[in-house]
Write a protein that binds this ligand. Structure first.
Ligand SMILES: CC(C)(COP(=O)(O)OP(=O)(O)OC[C@H]1O[C@@H](n2cnc3c(N)ncnc32)[C@H](O)[C@@H]1OP(=O)(O)O)[C@@H](O)C(=O)NCCC(=O)NCCS
Length: 189
């Protein structure tokens, strides 16, 4: 299981089939499914917990990871203290245009309000900029105030509202290296 990076409190690493039970619990949270349609549609989630199906999903993610463009991927977020799977974070090609990259993240509700995603998103964005990305985006439903606040905490700039992604109207936030550097006052830790 390849480790991508560590922050003060989190390990960002590849998914493995051994995460299936913990991943089902994470992605099964109603609060995550509400805001992340791609999670609600994951095989194994809508029809009730199925660890075998989740294992297949995680194996597919691990296989796809090997062929993904530099600066993109899907990773598990693990608490360094105790080793619990606390969330998920990804950098994935956007549907239009395909060259753009979207950061997506999910955190188990019991860990909200600790700055975990700010910490992980910050470190991952820095990694992405070191691996050839020049900008990245977040697409946030208008009433997802937590996700919008996290985007702004790491320095993302609101660039507009669009209905060309994921079949719904979404707030578009963009992050460039200078934005991340200028948001240093918010830096976790
Ligand atoms: C979006 C989501 C990841 C945000 O989680 P979060 O814990 O609020 O995010 P952050 O890591 O930015 O934490 C910020 C909170 O931690 C607090 N915090 C504590 N220590 C902190 C630190 N060291 N650094 C930053 N914030 C800290 C902040 O004050 C803030 O608290 P508040 O909620 O009372 O305002 C989470 O709500 C989630 O998984 N939602 C469902 C899925 C989803 O919407 N994904 C995004 C799709 S676009």
């Amino acid at each position: 299981m390849a480790e991508l990076l560590r922050t003060n409190r989190l390990l960002v690493r590849d998914w493995s089939a051994a995460d299936a039970e913990a991943a089902l619990k994470l992605f099964g949270h109603e609060a995550l499914r509400r805001w992340a349609p791609e999670i609600a549609d994951l095989p194994g989630i809508p029809d009730g917990p199925d660890a075998t199906v989740m294992q297949e999903v995680l194996q597919r993610w691990a296989a796809e990871q090997r062929d993904m463009s530099p600066g993109t991927g899907r990773w598990a977020l693990v608490a360094l203290d105790g080793g619990a799977l606390v969330g998920a974070i990804s950098l994935l090609p956007m549907p239009v245009p395909e060259a753009d990259v979207e950061m997506e993240c999910q955190l188990a509700p019991e860990y909200w309000g600790r700055g975990y995603i700010t910490e992980a998103a910050w470190a991952l964005a820095q990694w992405a900029f070191e691996h050839s990305l020049v900008e990245l985006f977040a697409l946030v439903p208008p009433d997802n105030t937590r996700a919008a606040a996290t985007a702004q905490r790491i320095g993302m700039e609101w660039v507009g509202e669009s209905d060309k992604y994921h079949g719904q109207s979404l707030q578009v936030f963009r992050l460039r290296p200078d934005d991340l550097a200028n948001a240093v006052r918010n830096r976790p830790g």
